[in-house]
Design a protein around this ligand. Structure first.
Ligand code: TRP
Length: 333
C-alpha cells in the first residue's frame, strides 16, 4: 500500500520555538514513521513579509533545518526541501492565481489577520496577498492529503482545497487530491506574556535552542493570575499562562489535574507551578539544544540533507505540474 503524503512548511524567518513544537513539530515527528513526509523550508513565503531583510531569510534556512534535525526529524523518513529551488512551485502558483479572485484572497481570515498584525496599511505586498495561492501550490505539487499545522493555518488549507476543486473541474477529472489539516487539540500556544501568539518578533517566545537561563527567565516572568496575591488565596487556572503551558507539555495528566484543583482551592504558590513548568521545559529542550549544537558543527551534512531532499522534491513537483498542465489541456512540449 502506498503511504499517504504529508506536506508542511515553515517560513524561514528565524529559529523555531516551542510554539512550533506544540503546534506541529510534535505531530510531524509522530507521523514520519507511518507516512511519506515532506518538510518545506519556505524561504519564498518568508520573503512575502520580509522583503526588506533577505539576509535574515537566507540565514534562517539553516536555522530551521537545524531545528528540524535537532527535534528528531529523520532525513531517512522525511524529505527536507528548499522552496525557492523548486521551480514547479512558482509555476503552479502563477497558474493557480488565475483560479482565485483578489476578493477571495482578501477575505481569507488568516490573511486579514496577518495584514492587520503587520500594519501593511495600503502597502500590502502583492506577494503577501497572493501567498495562499503559493501555499496551495506547495501542498498540491506534492499531492499531499495531510497537512499538520497550527490552527491559524486552517483557512489556507481550505482555500487550497477550493483551488483543487477548480483545477479538477477544469480538467474534468480528479488530478489533485484535497488535503486535510491536522491541528493539535490543545490549540495554539500563547506567548510567555499571555499574548495570543508566540513569536520571535514579539519577543515572547522560548526558542527550541534556548539556554537553561533563558528558559528559567521566561518561566519566571510568566503571567499567572493577578488576583492570586498570597499563597493561601484561591487562584485562577483559566487564562493563567503557566497552566496553559503545562497543558501543552506536562505528560503527567493526573498530576496536573491535582495541581489545578489545589491551585483553585488556594494554598499553592506561583513559585511551585513555575518550578514544575521549568523542569518540564528544561527536560524537553536540553536534548534538542545539545543535538543542535552538535549538528551546527557539521553544516556540510545539513546542506547535503537539504540538497538531496530538494532534488527528490524537484522531480516530484515537476511531475505534478506537467500533469496539471496536460490535464487542463494546455500546450505542453
Ligand atoms: N504558512 C506556513 C506558516 O506560516 C508555512 C508554510 C508554507 C506551509 N508552505 C506551507 C504550511 C505548506 C503548510 C503547508 O507557518
Amino acid at each position: 500500500m502506498t503511504k499517504a503524503i504529508i506536506l508542511t512548511g515553515d517560513r524561514t524567518t528565524g529559529p523555531l520555538h516551542i510554539g512550533h513544537y506544540a503546534g506541529s513539530l510534535a505531530n510531524r515527528l509522530k507521523l514520519q514513521d507511518s507516512h511519506e513526509q515532506f518538510l518545506l523550508l519556505a524561504d519564498m513565503q518568508a520573503l512575502t513579509d520580509n522583503a526588506g531583510d533577505p539576509a535574515k531569510v537566507r540565514r534562517s534556512v539553516i536555522e530551521v533545518a537545524l531545528d528540524y534535525l535537532a527535534v528528531g526529524i529523520d532525513p531517512a523518513k522525511s524529505t527536507i526541501c528548499l522552496q525557492s529551488h523548486l521551480p514547479a512551485l512558482a509555476e503552479l502558483t502563477l497558474l493557480y492565481l488565475n483560479f482565485v479572485s483578489v476578493a477571495r484572497l482578501e477575505r481569507n481570515p488568516t490573511i486579514r489577520q496577518e495584514i492587520r498584525a503587520r500594519g501593511f496599511g495600503h502597502a500590502i505586498p502583492a506577494g503577501f496577498l497572493c501567498y495562499p495561492a503559493a501555499q496551495a501550490a506547495d501542498i498540491t505539487a506534492f499531492k499531499a492529503t495531510i497537512v499538520p499545522v497550527g490552527e491559524d493555518q486552517a483557512p489556507l488549507i481550505e482555500q487550497s482545497n477550493e483551488i483543487v476543486r477548480r483545477i479538477n473541474a477544469g480538467a474534468g477529472k480528479a488530478i489533485l487530491p484535497e488535503a486535510q489539516a491536522v491541528i493539535p487539540s490543545s490549540g495554539r500556544l500563547p506567548g510567555v506574556d499571555g499574548k495570543a501568539k508566540m513569536s520571535k518578533s514579539a519577543g515572547n517566545a522560548i526558542a527550541l535552542s534556548a539556554s537553561p537561563e533563558a528558559i528559567a527567565a521566561a518561566v519566571k516572568a510568566m503571567f499567572t493570575d493577578p488576583g492570586h496575591l498570597r499563597v493561601e488565596d484561591p487562584g485562577k487556572v483559566e487564562g493563567n499562562v503557566v497552566f496553559t503551558f503545562l497543558d501543552a507539555f506536562d505528560e503527567d495528566r493526573a498530576g496536573l489535574e491535582e495541581l489545578k484543583a489545589h491551585y483553585r482551592r488556594g494554598g499553592l504558590g506561583d513559585a511551585t507551578i513555575k518550578r514544575r513548568l521549568d523542569a518540564i521545559l528544561q527536560a524537553l529542550i536540553a536534548p534538542i539544544r545539545q543535538k543542535r549544537a552538535q549538528l551546527a558543527q557539521d553544516l556540510g551534512y545539513v546542506l547535503d540533507v537539504i540538497r538531496q531532499g530538494t532534488q527528490k522534491a524537484r522531480e516530484r513537483t515537476e511531475a505534478t505540474k506537467q500533469e496539471v498542465m496536460a490535464g487542463l489541456g494546455l500546450f505542453t512540449l
